[in-house]
Ligand binder design. Structure first.
Ligand SMILES: [Zn+2]
Length: 329
């Protein structure tokens, strides 16, 4: 695998290449960043590169070590991928046993711990001991969505790399270039990507069915904006059933009203829901730009209220009434 497999993150790639080139490899690294941004893949490529017999800036792909790393069968690259809720002590014991044995065929051995913030305190403490006096040939890469969830004593002993979101423009281009998306489709997917290419790809191939959720939410908005046709209480059940997706639902609503606003103020090239343009036009005729901005602000507030554990039913009822008020009388 080569670094070009991962989109963006150029400064991290350059830094990692430099580490291998100069041979100044440390014992502990933290790769921090949102889910799906490529941390795990970067850790695998970095590991392959460290163990590559050629020791160039990129893995050579042809030496015996690279061939094994590419198939995930390198005996000196140990991956702990957390399927369970917390990294259990016995899992860590298993790793620690390996830490204190010699590498099988390389001069180093590497441990990649995915979702490392899920370690229990006991596991973390066992790990800390290892990081305090690491065996010379051992490298540990901890992967996490949030470095603050790791023990500070662990974090301070590692070199931290923070992965940043990509721009929507970069994601659009990558979708057209590498994933066979049309320009309209890539605009839509990038708009819902949160700056994470993998999220856009998951929406495209429906491993994450965001567009069905969007269609349901748009149907509710449409009904609320249609004079006198329903009362918001009708939708309480829907929100209750989809409570665990409320952040996505609110974000869909925000993107929607932003699109309506963009249409009204003649910024049509910024509209995300390009496949629903007829609806954008329809809703834009029922409202004005001030009300669109108001509901956008109210959606932000609802998002915070729900995160601050405000009464869910109350927050949703209030929101639905507000959406009904978006249409001008
Ligand atoms: Zn190689």
């Amino acid at each position: 695998m080569q670094y070009s497999l991962i989109m963006g993150q150029e400064s991290i790639k350059n830094h990692l290449k430099q580490i291998v080139k100069t041979g100044q490899v440390s014992h502990g690294y933290i790769f921090e960043g949102p889910k799906g941004i490529g941390k795990f893949q970067m850790a695998r490529i970095f590991s392959q590169s460290i163990l590559c017999r050629v020791q160039g800036p990129e893995p050579c792909e042809t030496c015996p070590s690279c061939v094994k790393a590419n198939t995930g069968n390198h005996p000196d690259i140990h991956v702990v991928d957390m399927m369970e809720d917390s990294i259990k002590r016995q899992d860590i014991d298993g790793i620690l046993d390996k830490i204190y044995t010699k590498p099988y065929e390389s001069d180093r051995k590497i441990f990649i711990i995915n979702e490392s913030h899920k370690m229990t305190i006991q596991a973390a403490n066992a790990f800390l001991k290892t990081l305090e006096e690491p065996p010379e040939d051992t490298i540990i890469i901890l992967i996490t969505t949030n470095v603050n969830l790791l023990l500070p004593t662990i974090a301070s002993r590692c070199q931290n790399f923070r992965f940043e979101e990509s721009s929507y423009d970069e994601i659009e281009k990558a979708l057209v270039r590498d994933y066979n998306a049309s320009e309209d489709e890539s605009r839509l997917l990038a708009g819902y990507s949160k700056g994470i290419l993998q999220r856009a790809i998951n929406i495209k191939n429906k491993t994450f069915d965001l567009l069905t959720l969007r269609d349901q939410v748009l149907a509710i908005i449409d009904e609320l904006m249609d004079v006198g046709r329903s009362t918001p209480f009708r939708f309480e059940k829907y929100f209750d059933q989809n409570k665990n997706q409320i952040e996505e639902i609110i974000e869909i609503m925000m993107i929607w009203f932003r699109d309506v606003l963009f249409y009204k103020i003649d910024l049509k090239e910024k509209i995300v829901n390009v496949d629903k343009l007829e609806w954008v036009v329809k809703h834009s005729k029922k409202t004005n730009s001030i009300k669109c901005s108001e509901i956008y602000g109210h959606l932000q507030m609802t998002y915070e209220d729900i995160n601050n554990n405000m009464n869910f039913k109350y927050a949703i009822d209030h929101l639905l009434f507000k959406i009904q008020e978006v249409k001008h009388g």
